[in-house]
Ligand binder design. Structure first.
Ligand SMILES: [Zn+2]
Length: 411
């Protein structure tokens, strides 16, 4: 058995201990101690990190990279080659120090979760069915198909009022005979001695986790998101310094956005909505002008077309994006007895689009494949429309000349 110091004092950050066992867990060297302040991952709360060091060995230090519980003991997984463990023989004394900012953050999230779960239970009879404490956000799953925005707002406000009420938070053990007298929010998952975490008179939970001394230390409680999950509702929340950091980040982002609009933050949603409306109108106008410009370009190209085998053949490198090249080809093929051999280097990539009027010959897909094949590219298409590429941009002109030559040869 490892004496778990965090059960009685979750604020203890340093401790002395004796090595009881050296073993391996999850492929790493692991140390079992007679007592430890390190919290192992359990009950949704992530493990502590920290350091073990041996003063006698010239302050040899070992980084604790994971902590797991099993068989009644706590395993401290170390970032150390197995040979180094020769400095930690069974029976040797060492000191441990936990990463306090990480632990305190977990304490704020965990106590905040107990508070929120009881608020949801009392106000709306929404029971918490599972919790998860993540590295950045934490969640609780409520047995409620829907939770509306007003309920979330009410729960958040109530939780923050309880923070200001500065309620003591204590932990104690009760045995099976006494457990019936504790108004637990949920029945305990384990038997025997049950550890109760109580938020004075407000919430009683069977919990092995680490908690702050008073509700005030939970700090700000912020619900940031909700989503429906298989008939339940997952609420994402932040407590303490995480909530404050989230506020700071969002304040900075919103202030930067307001500065872009030379306004104050309250005007941002309206201005962004108006900007989006303007962008839509402008896009519509750009589409109209582009269509007119392409129609004009098509007429210009037709005027310079060469007669080959009864068709007007347009051969041109155009400075247009691929979509516009295709539209231009469509405009040209709508003209009678017309073949369009178009190339574009848009985006630094060679694209060829060949098209012809209905009833004209030859097969555009075959014509394009043959021309591209001569230059090492690939592509093809239907009898009346084909697209391809894969050749260097500087070969585009040669590609069009090959296709034009083939057209003449076929006529
Ligand atoms: Zn808990």
């Amino acid at each position: 058995m490892t004496d778990r110091l965090y059960y009685t004092d979750s604020y203890q950050t340093e401790f002395d201990a004796t090595v009881r066992e050296l073993t391996r867990r999850d492929g790493r060297p692991a140390v079992v101690l007679d007592r430890s302040a390190f919290y192992p991952t359990s009950g949704g709360q992530p493990n502590d990190l920290g350091t073990l060091y041996v003063e006698a060995a010239g302050r040899q230090t070992f980084e604790v990279v994971d902590v797991v519980a099993g068989d009644g003991v706590v395993y401290h997984l170390l970032d150390a080659p197995p040979g180094l463990l020769a400095d930690l023989p069974v029976g040797s004394r060492l000191q441990g120090v936990i990463d306090w900012p990480r632990r305190y953050d977990h304490m704020q999230q965990h106590s905040g979760q107990h508070l929120l779960s009881q608020v949801f239970a009392r106000r709306f009879e929404f029971e918490t069915v599972s919790v998860h404490f993540g590295a950045e956000e934490s969640t609780l799953d409520l047995d409620a198909a829907t939770v509306d925005a007003a309920q979330l707002e009410e729960a958040e406000a109530a939780a923050n009022d309880l923070v200001y009420a500065n309620l003591p938070i204590t932990a104690y053990f009760v045995d099976a005979r006494e457990i019936g007298r504790v108004p637990l929010r949920r029945p305990p998952a384990v038997g025997g001695q049950i550890r109760i975490v109580e938020i004075a008179g407000f919430d009683y939970s069977a919990c092995g986790g680490t908690h702050v001394h008073t509700s005030a230390e939970i700090g700000p409680v912020k619900l940031i998101r909700q989503e429906r999950r298989r008939g339940q509702t997952r609420v994402t929340f932040l407590c303490g310094k995480r909530a404050l950091a989230d506020y700071s980040r969002k304040h900075r982002l919103l202030t930067q956005t307001a500065a872009l609009y030379s306004t104050d933050v309250g005007q941002v949603p309206g201005l962004v909505a108006r900007s989006l409306e303007q962008v839509k109108e402008l896009q519509h106008r750009v589409d109209e002008l582009t269509a007119r410009q392409l129609a004009y370009t098509a007429q210009e190209l037709l005027a310079a077309a060469q007669p080959i085998g009864g068709n007007r053949v347009v051969t041109a490198l155009v400075d247009l994006p691929v979509d516009a090249v295709k539209t231009l080809a469509n405009l040209l093929q709508a003209e009678p007895h017309t073949i369009a051999l178009l190339g574009s280097a848009a985006g630094g990539k060679a694209t060829a689009v060949f098209a012809r009027s209905a009833g004209a010959t030859p097969h555009m897909g075959h014509l394009l494949r043959a021309a591209l094949g001569a230059l090492g590219g690939g592509g093809g298409g239907r009898p009346e429309f084909a697209q391809g590429g894969g050749v260097p941009v500087e070969k585009l002109d040669e590609l069009l000349q090959i296709a034009q030559r083939d057209l003449r040869a076929a006529s």
